[in-house]
Design a protein around this ligand. Structure first.
Ligand SMILES: C[S@@+](CC[C@H](N)C(=O)[O-])C[C@H]1O[C@@H](n2cnc3c(N)ncnc32)[C@H](O)[C@@H]1O
Length: 202
């Protein structure tokens, strides 16, 4: 296998010390809200979606996309039409590098998830996210986003997390008030990741 990269769920994912990633860091600077690397709970998202796939060609919105591997996986595995949203535009060059490397195309959208309206959500069939609820201040905005998706109707939401208390708090509130459930999940590829996955069903 080529150096400083890994293969998982049919994707090539570069490590932080890969020459192309180092080049981007020099050229565009470092993302500032933890979008500076690929986070492993995306493996949980990929594994879960492999088990419970979206329909082929679904319109997928990935929020807090960082390097965007969740959406890239959907584009590659399920021919999804993917839009990747992040508050920090510095993540997008890393996302485009990975999209190109994996032979798919993904639209990008610089926006905070707090600002995504019901009318915006209606343009999607599925909202996905990995590791986006890591501060106390994120619990309310993310709960509200899931609630807006629920109110918009017919939108599936799938979010994975390593199991942080902030995520559990947000997911627990979704369980209490909507047809949502969060459960432990395990991803064997590439070297075992554990955490939880929240699903809002349509
Ligand atoms: C821990 S990283 C996870 C990135 C990616 N999902 C992954 O698993 O590799 C969190 C991401 O959420 C983004 N983010 C943080 N707050 C946000 C907000 N309010 N709206 C949109 N994106 C946000 C950050 O810029 C960062 O890319």
């Amino acid at each position: 296998m080529a150096e400083n990269q890994r293969q998982a769920y049919g994707l090539t994912i570069l490590k932080n010390n890969h020459a192309e990633v180092r080049r981007l860091r020099k050229q565009t600077g470092l993302p500032s809200i933890h979008g500076n690397k690929f986070w492993k709970s995306t493996y949980l998202l990929m594994d879960y979606l492999h088990e419970y796939p979206p329909k082929a060609g679904a319109r997928v919105l990935e929020i807090g996309c960082g390097w965007g591997l969740g959406g890239i996986f959907c584009a590659k595995a399920f021919n999804s039409q993917v839009t990747a949203l992040d508050a920090d535009e510095k993540v997008f060059p890393y996302l485009q590098l990975h999209a190109e490397l994996n032979g798919v195309s993904v639209e990008t959208w610089k926006c905070r998830y707090e600002r995504v309206r019901k009318i915006d959500l209606k343009a999607f069939d599925v909202v996905i996210a990995a590791d986006v609820c890591f501060w106390d201040s994120m619990v309310n905005p993310l709960y509200n986003l899931v609630r807006r998706a629920h109110q918009a109707g017919d939108i599936r939401v799938v979010m994975s997390d390593p199991g942080r208390s902030t995520f559990r708090q947000m997911a627990g509130r979704c369980e209490e008030s909507m047809d949502a459930e969060y459960n432990s999940w395990y991803a064997p590829e590439p070297n075992s990741a554990t955490g939880v996955v929240l699903e809002l069903r349509v």
